[in-house]
Design a binder for this molecule. Structure first.
Ligand code: MOS
Length: 704
């Protein structure tokens, strides 16, 4: 039987299509990493260091091994050897050295999770510790300027002369902002199921990046690429915390090899705080100067952050200040210090999130000092092209976002004077901040197959970490094939499909979607050219790779923009801050699915609100321990903290991105939220809070 490929179908992009896996998720049928049923599985439990700097001087496993059900204890004296693959943090149980508190020093494998946990309590680890250096300070003597910061940006950029620009300015701001360490707190903890089969390693992993986990495992265990398979069919949240290959993944594979049976390893919530990555704290100095007419003359942004003794990870906090506003004199710098701490990691809008708190607060401070409206001031300093790279923006509609947001929020009626609007015990204020995030596209591969019964199977090793990736990729495939959505089946989350990029950097839809589009278009051409427009009995399959397409794009500054408006109430009795209203207007290219896109932005803004008011990982300087190591102590916003959040997308056509014209939306929503809240708090109270999270301690003694 052969079937003609149908050419007419309504567009599938732009449709509010429900999630492909919605029923599986709400009925509990969607298997997460630890859920995969594997016969004969053993369970692993990690033992962590209690000092932040030192060495393991001895491991006594005798009592643990005597415990019922305990199969093995792995430590650096007996663990399988790993081949170095670059990042020393991946070399688990390879040496006695301790580089941070909570580092894995042993792993107990047992026939049940309970036995593994009991065994872990019985492992006696002797540690020689020395005084640890765990606290970031602006005057830390070991601060240095790295060659580059994350995402490959240069650490420093300079145009003109900032000091001269400031000297020539009529209005100036020079202020230092602090953001705390933060943890992602994804609902699903880091977890892995691993087994070996005829020399091949199979891993079900809670990861945002099964291609890179695949490559790392092949390297560490010296396996040919075809002998490793990493499956991440469903992932319960990531936010960057599952972007890098994690300890649980490597340890589960080691343990499975050691005991010769499948091993499941789930970190506890508390363990994730040391082993699941975190956002570095930052200290940022912003200097701004403007003419008496409100023209920005100087922008200086100096960012300081921390890394570990094991790897250099430098948050790119000042990078957004290179393109947000026009000014003839500009300077951005980054410095970092290596402390006895876990290596910081990616966390939702790394760089832009903490950076925007500093820059967008300072812009508000400057506008206030100059008696300029903060919306108008931003619009008046809109750059015509990238002000440092001197290349055109592929598209940029920040001004339109500010204008539409001001209109919808009712900004024109705002009395700019702070601390004048009162409702009983509450002071009320409003604030605005801009958002931005790079529109990144990386190479990926995808597979498209047509079968004779008029079905299309599309495979791409995307990770759906709760975003709706699977759903929008199916829409993109149906659109490129010009067939109804129901004719397309989509498979994601398996390294066996072929290489594809991480669910991170807000690049997923753009990157995977391009590969899907290319594969689907090639498939359609192939059916027409080689098969006269009908699918033969054996089907037709096409694989596409976008490496060259992505590489050969012309130079543009590609970023998404937005504007966030916030209303807060601050209690003059308790100092409590409540967010009454949050409105975000975004221009992020073409929106593939308004439902899932709206969820992404609401999620980002919620996380931004949470960071503004609640989230803070506190380190005990004596031990290097994150003492806020659970959800009782590390507070995240809950329903009662979150008002109705309004999200508006402006239509944005951008032909310079990718065939779908999409920009990323996973991170844009968290950028600027904290500044919008802080600016609203200032408007409400007259108090400028420059340290996150904004707490009672900033407001209580002064609102009375
Ligand atoms: Mo996101 S922090 O780039 O995974």
């Amino acid at each position: 039987m052969t079937t003609a490929v149908r050419r007419t179908a309504p567009p599938a992009i732009g449709v509010a299509s429900p999630r492909v896996e919605a029923w599986d998720k709400v009925t509990g049928r969607a298997p997460y990493a630890i859920d995969h049923p594997v016969p004969g599985a053993a369970y692993a439990w990690v033992v962590q260091s209690t000092v932040a700097r030192g060495v393991v001087t001895g491991v006594d496993t005798s009592r643990a091994l005597a415990e019922d059900g305990v199969l093995a204890v792995l430590w650096h004296g007996n663990a399988p050897r790993l081949e170095p693959v670059g990042d020393p943090e991946l070399l688990l149980l390879q040496s006695p050295r301790i580089s941070f508190r909570g580092q894995v020093v042993a792993v107990v494998v047992a026939t049940s999770p309970e036995a593994a946990r009991a065994g872990a309590d019985l492992v006696r680890v002797s540690e020689g510790g020395t005084i640890a250096d765990t606290v970031l300070r602006i005057d830390h003597p070991a601060l240095y300027q790295p060659v580059e910061v994350n995402a490959g940006y240069p650490a420093r950029s300079a145009i003109g002369d900032v000091d001269a620009g400031l000297a020539a300015s009529a209005v100036r701001v020079d202020a230092t902002y602090r953001t705390p360490a933060e943890h992602h707190c994804a609902m699903e903890p880091h977890a892995t199921t691993a087994f070996w089969e005829r020399g091949c390693l199979v891993v079900f992993d809670a990861t945002q990046a099964s291609t890179s986990v695949h490559d790392v495992l092949a390297g560490l265990f010296e396996l040919p690429p075809s002998a490793v398979r990493v499956v991440n069919e469903h992932v319960g949240g990531g936010f960057g915390g599952k972007a890098a290959t994690a300890a649980n993944t490597i340890l589960a594979a080691m343990a499975a090899r050691f005991v010769g049976r499948p091993v499941k390893l789930s970190l506890t919530r508390q363990q994730v705080f040391a082993l699941g990555g975190y956002r570095t704290p930052t200290i940022q100095r912003i200097r701004l100067g403007a003419s008496a007419q409100g023209e920005l003359l100087a922008i200086g942004h100096d960012a300081v952050s921390q890394t570990s003794q094991l790897a250099e990870f430098v948050e790119q906090s000042a990078v957004l200040s290179r393109h947000m506003y026009a000014a003839p004199n500009r300077l951005t710098t980054h410095r970092v210090v290596a402390l006895d701490v876990p290596t910081p990691g990616w966390m939702r809008a790394p760089g832009e999130c903490p950076g925007s708190f500093a820059l967008e607060s300072a812009i508000d401070e400057l506008a206030f000092a100059g008696n300029w409206d903060p919306v108008r001031f931003r619009i008046d300093n809109e750059p015509p092209e990238h002000p440092e790279e001197r290349i055109p923006f592929s598209s940029r509609h920040l001004v339109e976002c500010l204008e539409a947001g001001a209109e919808q929020f009712g900004w024109a009626a705002r009395d700019p004077r702070p601390a004048v609007r009162r409702d009983g015990e509450w002071l009320i204020g409003t604030g605005v901040a801009a958002s931005t995030y790079p529109a990144i596209t990386w190479p990926s591969t995808a597979l498209a197959r047509a079968t004779a019964d008029h079905r299309f199977d599309v495979e791409v090793n995307a990770a759906d970490i709760g975003t709706g990736a699977r759903t929008v990729l199916r829409q993109i495939a149906a659109d490129a094939l010009a067939v109804p959505l129901e004719h397309v089946a989509i498979t994601v989350g398996d390294s066996a499909i072929g290489p594809a990029t991480v669910a991170g950097g807000s690049m997923g839809t753009a990157s995977w979607g391009w590969a899907v589009t290319k594969a689907c278009r090639l498939l359609r051409e192939r059916i027409d050219r080689d098969h006269g427009g009908t699918v033969p009995d054996g089907g037709v399959a096409v694989r596409a790779d976008t490496t060259l397409d992505v590489r050969d794009r012309p130079d543009f500054a590609r970023d998404a923009y937005g504007a966030q408006f916030c209303q807060v109430r601050v209690s003059t009795v308790t100092g409590e801050v409540r967010v009454d209203r949050l409105l975000g207007v975004f221009a992020a290219g073409r929106i593939v699915n308004p439902t899932t896109a709206r969820s992404q932005l609401i999620g980002g803004m919620t996380m931004g609100l949470s960071g503004a008011l609640l989230e803070r990982s506190v380190v005990d300087p004596r031990t290097g321990d994150f003492v806020t190591g659970d959800l009782a102590a590390y507070h995240v916003a809950v329903n009662a903290d979150v008002p109705r959040i309004e999200v508006v997308f402006l239509d944005e056509e951008d032909p310079h991105l990718n065939p779908m014209g999409v920009k990323g939306i996973g991170e844009l929503g968290i950028v600027g939220t904290a500044a919008a809240v802080a600016n609203a708090v200032h408007h409400a109270t007259g108090i400028r809070v420059r340290d996150l999270p904004i707490g009672l301690e900033h407001l209580v003694p002064r609102t009375h």
